[in-house]
Design a protein around this ligand. Structure first.
Ligand code: PLP
Length: 322
């Protein structure tokens, strides 16, 4: 097996991120809850995509790219963090975004601050967004530029390596704290974070169940399985990956990128108990899904559980939270 550190990777993030016990929340839930602060990855407002971009942009640089193109919704945290990391590396970022949802404020302000070129496509389908990206890439090549394409969310095997590595980081921190987690819980949006963490848990956190909370209705069990298999192949790992490794629950509320009453309550609960901000459409919903599972008795025993905070604060300034 190859080690994740064998793959070129740029030190964009401030890693390791903190991992610690949430005293007040643990008290209120009568269960030991820990948090992994990947909202503190150190670029822009932080968030999970920095770990993926460390690998993806190293690949872009190795290919001599001077322009990076990616896709997302208008409030995409991934697109914003791609803009931030590209700016830091002196690369141009072109963000091709679906013209749906909240079209002003939030991450769109940050995209502009980071100097990205933002283009909208009036569509519900990423096929149309990708077609526009490939058209732009052809035009850029014609101008003598070298474009690099990152699919939505950076959820490709190379990006997943960032979260395999995060699981290794968690294993080291858990050992230092003397805890063994029963489970780790994370949000699933395009699937790469969950796939990387779940593969990483198999490799470095034996006995810890990796649970994903889907925030849109994509078929995450299949998406995660394929990404895990391809990432394991990239690592030349013979660790067996099977559907039994995958544990997905959903908290979608009224729809993707739209807040839910339970998610909003989770945002306020964590803020008021712990002084930590989660966002209303990814991490707040994942937290709401996690609280629901705790209530249902989904986690047997009384061992500690880790919630992975994947960032997203920009949405707090774009999305209404009734
Ligand atoms: C704040 C936040 N948390 C979680 C996710 C989910 O990560 P992934 O796309 O790797 O599933 C995303 C992106 O979709 C995000 O922006």
């Amino acid at each position: 097996m190859r080690s994740v550190i064998d793959f070129p990777n740029l030190p964009l993030g401030l890693l390791p991120t903190p991992l610690y016990r949430l005293e007040a929340l643990s008290g209120s839930l009568d269960r030991e809850i820990y948090i992994k602060r990947d909202d503190m990855t150190g670029v822009a407002l932080g968030g999970n995509k920095v770990r993926k971009l460390e690998f993806l942009l190293a690949d872009a640089q190795a290919q001599g790219a001077d322009v990076v193109l990616t896709a997302g919704g208008p409030q995409s945290n991934h697109a914003m963090l791609t803009a931030a990391c590209a700016a830091r590396l002196g690369m141009k970022a072109i963000l091709v975004l679906k013209k749906r949802g909240v079209l002003t404020g939030g991450n769109l302000i940050l995209d502009d601050i980071f100097g990205a070129e933002v283009r909208f496509v009036d569509t519900d389908s990423y096929d149309d967004v990708y077609a526009e990206i490939h058209r732009l890439m052809d035009a850029l090549r014609g101008e003598g530029r070298t474009p690099y394409f990152i699919p939505v969310g950076g959820s490709v095997p190379l990006g997943c390596l960032g979260y395999v590595n995060c699981a290794k980081e968690i294993a080291g921190q858990a050992e230092a704290l003397g805890v063994t987690f029963d489970a780790i819980v994370s949000a699933a949006g395009s699937g790469g974070t969950y796939a990387g963490l779940t593969l990483g848990a198999k490799l470095f956190l034996p006995g810890t169940k990796s649970v994903g909370i889907g925030v849109c209705d994509d078929p995450f069990p299949e998406i995660a399985l394929e990404l895990m298999q391809k990432t394991a192949a990239l690592l030349e790992s013979d660790v067996p990956v099977s559907p039994e490794d995958i544990h997905i629950r959903y908290h979608i509320g009224p729809g993707y990128a739209q807040p839910s009453p339970e998610g909003n309550e989770a945002v306020r609960r964590l803020a008021r108990l712990e002084g930590i901000l989660v966002d209303p459409v990814y991490t707040g919903k994942a937290l709401a899904g996690f609280f629901q599972l705790l209530e249902e008795g989904y986690f047997p025993g009384d061992g500690p559980i880790l919630f992975v905070h994947t960032g997203g604060a920009g949405a707090l300034f774009a999305v209404e939270m009734p």
